[in-house]
Design a binder for this molecule. Sequence first.
Ligand code: ADP
Ligand code: MG
Length: 317
Amino acid sequence: MIDYEAYEASFETRAERRQRARPGGKSRPKPASAAAELSDRLDASSYEFQPTYKSASNDHFEHQWIVDALSGFYYDKLIDDVLRAVKGGKEASVYCCAAHASTGVEFIAAKIYRPRMFRSLKNDAVYREGRGIAALSGKTIAARDRRAARAVHQGTRFGQELRIGSWIGHEFETLRRLYDAGCDIPKPYAQANNTIVMEYLGDDANPAPTLNQVALEPDEVRPLFDQILRNVELMLAQHRVHADLSAYNVLYWEGAIKLIDFPQAVDPRENPHARALLARDVERVCQYFARYSVKAAPVELAKDMWRRYMRGAEMDA
Ligand SMILES: Nc1ncnc2c1ncn2[C@@H]1O[C@H](COP(=O)(O)OP(=O)(O)O)[C@@H](O)[C@H]1O
Ligand SMILES: [Mg+2]
């Protein structure tokens, strides 16, 4: 059962939360003595998540947004701190975090979506077709859950945010599935509300560039091309088409590549546009490698992959 109240509340601003808490809300129990009160306060402040990262403009809203999105991962001992912004986009911003010692890695990437910034929702119908509403837990909300369906349908704010939550839950599920299958993607760690935390590619000074930002050595061109197509096929075997693949969504770090950015990935068993989206993915990969004189026939490549996939799907059935 999904706790809608809690979910809805997770998108409230602080002001809204305060407002809701005020009338008849319970106040905190008073500590027994001044000493107890002091120690209470010290405890709370040493435990409170206070990331050191400050945006260039010292944007208070961004700071609060980061604290809201990442505190849970801090208390869960996944991250210790937020170090720098990697990239701020219209839909999501990615931050480099210091990882908690228990993770065994130095850095972790946090991708935080902006529910309130999602006013310019691009038409997502093509990608959503055939997809259930994935709840934040990643589980699909039962079709009989009319409240959710109605909210999404009517485009209420809650509905819109549920829809965004659905994208994020879907992205995390996809990452997990593909990572487990051995695809070259960042290791996913956790997802909650509007945030995904995953393996960070890069070092403390520099996040990994995307493939379109690097100049490849001649001898790495063909192996990387083959590796990306191998990944496309591996994804297909997992019933996934990336659907927004290009050199902008491939990270390059120390000679190796990883595919990123999966919210729009589709399942070819359910989405009628999957074949066309696969063809576009392959086409864009070929386009990028053409500048290194890789000769490829994208239409045939995609057709071939699709045929093999369909044969596999028949054998599965
Ligand atoms: N795991 C990661 N490690 C390092 N940088 C990352 C990672 N994931 C994303 N980035 C950076 O953040 C940018 C945006 O991430 P992406 O998932 O492509 O979201 P979108 O394109 O929707 O904003 C990427 O182009 C890349 O520069
Ligand atoms: Mg991207």
